[in-house]
Design a protein around this ligand. Structure first.
Ligand SMILES: *Cc1c(COP(=O)(O)O)cnc(C)c1O
Length: 394
């Protein structure tokens, strides 16, 4: 493979070329049509070829694509304000990807510690978490496969298991250098594992008590995917730091770190930077995404259509021990089987469905937030027989 491909051998890729898309549909070079239930891994919020997004991007490309952070640009302030109004937080730093947003969050936590006299600050992270592929973010990630071969890992992380209030109480009692907790509101790569609302509230309480920063990685679960702007809002908590990326630009690369209060004031001139981050094209994509989400009531749609899919799958497989659990919220859905099911990805493609399997046995659905009820029914009509057939084999 390495001998014939000019690409590094980082992904086992499907031999399908998607030439164009329209709404929740993708079309390949053979003229076949697929219902997109992956959105390029939670990226294409508005689906494909969305009219107002395309028009905004076309117009912006004709004006200016990039100016650098050496100059102000009103689109940067505009997108920042849209994010702040929806999150209740105070300041934003723009970057280009999820790992960059998380890297910035880790730097904020460390400098926050140093500013308070903690020379070797530690950050609490989680088993089964995923935060990215840079050295710091893979060290924070709770998956040995992601880390293997890249040791020495970045130090300063303390790992606990999700939804275990006693575990983090022990950390609070024994680790005086902890300065922050870093959690996904719903773990994505780890198999759609939600942090329970009571657990997030307990984290907020503990962070207030210990003066730790509560940092919630919303790179995958944020931007309306669960039916609220940000998944932690279901628990009614406010984080100090919130990294975003994936769905924020509906396909255009973008990342952001949104911060609140003291965490928003940690970075001073010279502490952090980026060449591409905050460029007008990406900002325009973020603004057009949020405006279209609002105009088309996509939060409500994600909640309703996602709830419908979850209910249908639960009731269809009720009492079937082959389906261990159906988890998630809105259009972030994991169907955990009692066995490995990676082969379902190819079988689904053959059935005209783009989906993903994560954590070996979890079918992951991340459709665009424009998915209609009828398209959700089509998804169920195509997916349920595939799962049934899979459960009929060892
Ligand atoms: C995808 C993901 C990342 C990494 O984002 P990249 O843009 O691939 O760097 C980080 N955190 C979470 C929760 C993710 O799902």
């Amino acid at each position: 493979m390495a001998a014939t491909s000019p690409l590094m051998n980082t992904y086992a890729q499907q031999p399908i070329v998607f030439t164009h898309g329209d709404g929740a549909w993708l079309f390949d070079s053979q003229g076949r049509r697929y219902l997109d239930c992956l959105s390029g891994i939670a990226v294409n919020t508005l689906g494909h070829n969305h009219p107002t997004l395309v028009a905004a991007l076309r117009e912006q490309i004709g004006k200016v694509i990039h100016v650098s952070n050496l100059f102000t640009h009103p689109l940067r302030d505009q997108l920042a304000r849209l994010l702040l109004e929806r999150s209740g937080m105070t300041n934003v730093f723009f970057c280009n990807s999820g790992l960059e947003a998380n890297e910035a969050a880790i730097k904020i936590a460390r400098k926050y510690g140093h500013d308070r006299g903690v020379a070797l600050p530690e950050i609490v992270v989680y088993e089964k978490s995923f935060h990215g592929r840079s050295l710091a973010t893979l060290s924070a990630t709770g998956n040995e496969k992601v880390q293997k071969g890249f040791e020495p890992l970045v130090e300063g992380f303390v790992r606990v298991s999700l939804n275990d209030a006693e575990g983090i109480q022990r950390v609070a009692a024994n680790r005086p250098n902890v300065v922050a907790v870093f959690a996904e509101a719903i773990q994505g790569e780890g198999g759609i594992q939600p942090a329970r609302a009571e657990y997030l509230r307990e984290l907020r309480r503990l962070c207030d008590e210990k003066q730790w920063l509560l940092m919630i990685d919303e790179v995958q679960c944020g931007m309306g995917r669960t039916g609220k702007w940000f998944a932690h809002q279901w628990a009614g908590v406010l984080p100090d730091v919130m990294p975003l990326a994936k769905g924020l630009g509906s396909g255009v690369p973008i990342g952001a770190v949104v911060a609140h209060g003291v965490a928003a004031e940690v970075f001073q001139p010279g502490n952090h930077g980026t060449t591409f981050g905050g460029n007008p094209l990406a900002m325009r994509a973020g603004i057009a995404t949020i405006e279209a989400m609002e105009a088309e009531h996509l939060l409500g749609n994600a909640a309703q259509v996602g709830g419908f899919i979850i209910d249908q799958i639960r009731s269809h497989f009720a009492g079937n021990p082959g389906v261990a659990e159906v988890r998630g919220q809105g259009l972030m859905i994991g169907i955990e089987l009692d066995r490995s099911c990676g082969d379902l990805v190819t079988l689904a493609l053959e059935a005209g469905l783009v989906l993903n399997v994560t954590a070996d046995r979890v079918v992951r659905l991340l459709p665009p937030l424009i998915l209609s009820r009828e398209q959700a029914q089509l998804l169920l009509d195509r997916l349920i027989p595939l799962i049934e057939a899979r459960l009929g084999r060892p």
